[in-house]
Design a protein around this ligand. Sequence first.
Ligand SMILES: Cc1ncc(COP(=O)(O)O)c(C=O)c1O
Length: 397
Amino acid sequence: MDGKTMTKSLSDHEILMTSDPRPFEKPIYVTKPFLPPIEEFTERLKEIWDSHWLTNNGPVLQGFACQLSKYLQIDNVCLFTNGTLALQIGLQGMGISGEVITTPFTFVATTHSLFWNKIRPVFVDIEPDYYTLDPEKVEAAITPWTSAILAVHVFGYPAKLHALADVARRHNLKLIYDAAHAFGVEVCGTPIAHFGDMSMFSFHATKIYHSIEGGLLTFKDSGLKQIFNYLKNFGFKNEVEVVMPGTNAKMNEIQALMGSLVLKHLDEIINKGQEIETIYRDRLKTIPGINLPPQLPDDVLYNYAYVPVEVEPKEFGMNRDELCDALKRYNIFSRRYFYPLITEYACYRNVSVFDPLTTARKVSSRILTLPTYYDLTSDEVHRICDIISSCHDVGKK
Ligand SMILES: Cc1ncc(COP(=O)(O)O)c(C=O)c1O
């Protein structure tokens, strides 16, 4: 990893010697789930209590699916108990097999969903601005066994939608998006769910938008809906017929209720995220060696789900790991998303990789995501920036 030779880390003594800033009194985590006012939840919970209908395509889930369909302006939606099973079943239902070209810079569930379908992942590099799959590298990796491209809108940054669609069309490949981070994102006024053949959104509690746990597939081919419904419910067609070996991946009524209520607050959540990001951008641009991705183009409506920064060790005076450790001493828990690369995990180390993954390796060694969540106050964001600035001062001494 670059910058490993630099070993300036803040000792407790140095923290005490720094007159300002002080460590946070309570831990500041990288994220914190948004919760709607408890009265909103308990009021609707009563409906579930009265009906005794807790899961198996209940009325709350059906209402939630309609809400999502309207919000995303898309008919083909299917809800699951989590995003991992949604993607796994999505690939299975679409009949994807052989090789799939994908990114190593993601959460491990992206690759696991291929593994569970006995598909070989073919890892290629990412582009340096927004860390999404590089379309030219994708094209270079196509073989007669390639059946699909699995790209990730990592941190909610849209992948190279048009270039990937062009490669997929010319080579007759399916284009699938892991949109786990991208709920609420729009491009040219169109919800991101409309791009590609299928997208998966994660509604895990740590995401910008959540249903405690949950997953959503959106897809072009309406014929897939029935197949996904079978696959998530043991393959049951009716009480006595099982038409395929499905699994159990159903979303329950409590999850659906949470998702339905949080959706009503999504605009506020995103606005708050934007305020936080604006402060970070403004403050961090003055600190050498801390680099945010460029501002997104005007036609992208971003969801402000993450604040990733790259730490350039020489300019900053500490490497990423040293900064991450130093922040912990101040009670700030940033995260190294995504480190290590998928190709470095024991279970994928034996997969042959032909691309040198130059950008992915560099980004993975430098990336740090900073705290952002609805409850984080402007003062707290300023304090985090003050602390990063003082780490730079100490590192440069
Ligand atoms: C990129 C990515 N893909 C897939 C998943 C899996 O989603 P879930 O946690 O809902 O199973 C996650 C998050 O957890 C993710 O970050």
